[in-house]
Design a protein around this ligand. Structure first.
Ligand SMILES: Cc1cc2nc3c(=O)[nH]c(=O)nc-3n(C[C@H](O)[C@H](O)[C@H](O)COP(=O)(O)O)c2cc1C
Length: 184
């Protein structure tokens, strides 16, 4: 699957790192916002450059000349993980002023998969309105919200379970669902 992964300046860049690790077999293109770079470094100690081994290509968020900015270059899905409320607001209002927000605009107009893993709490009425607008426009808004019913015993477990949830929303295989053995 051809997936564009956008990383913004919301907390939770560890999820993006784990997504890259778990999706090594997919065709991944990486775009990181300016604040995404900063938060990635603050939270994981990693630089974007060190993630380039997981991606087919890394594009600068300032590069509006990148092929992903055009609807003529198809991708299967744009996943924004983590997604700030600022980026969600821009997309909800049709503002394509960076490669990432332009890609989101393209995904919506071309009716491609757009998944926003928003990380903020609490939400204002503005955030709810923006999420509502985007849902009506066809995007999937899935707040970063790991579950506990699989009884994670470590941070990697917790992060991995949410990444698996994203994989299943994308239609990618996951190891097992909750009590899935009972379906046998
Ligand atoms: C350490 C740190 C953590 C942040 N966490 C969040 C967050 O969880 N959610 C959010 O919406 N913004 C958060 N922000 C603010 C965004 O980075 C800021 O609004 C930025 O302009 C978002 O731009 P971007 O979406 O282009 O990356 C955080 C900023 C910093 C420095």
């Amino acid at each position: 699957m051809k997936i564009v992964l956008g990383v913004t300046g919301a907390s939770g860049s560890i999820y993006a790192v784990e997504f890259l690790r778990r999706c090594a077999n997919e065709e991944l293109y990486l775009v990181v916002s300016r604040w995404g770079r900063s938060v990635l470094h603050q939270e994981t100690g990693l630089a974007v450059e060190s993630l380039s081994t997981f991606a087919k290509k890394v594009f600068s968020n300032d590069d509006m000349n990148a092929p992903l900015a055009s609807g003529s270059n198809a991708f299967d899905a744009l996943l924004i993980l983590p997604c700030s409320v600022t980026t969600m607001a821009k997309i909800a209002h049709g503002i394509g002023d960076s490669l990432l927000t332009r890609c989101a605009e393209v995904a919506l107009k071309e009716r491609r998969r757009l998944i926003l893993c928003v990380r903020e709490t609490p939400w204002s009425a503005v955030d709810f309105e923006n999420a509502h607008k985007l849902t009506l426009a066809g995007a999937v808004v899935m707040p970063v919200s790991p579950a506990f019913y699989q009884k994670p015993t470590s941070l990697p477990d917790l992060v991995g379970s949410f990444v698996d949830k994203i994989r299943s929303v994308l239609g990618l295989p996951v190891e097992s669902g909750w009590r899935s053995s009972e379906l046998e």
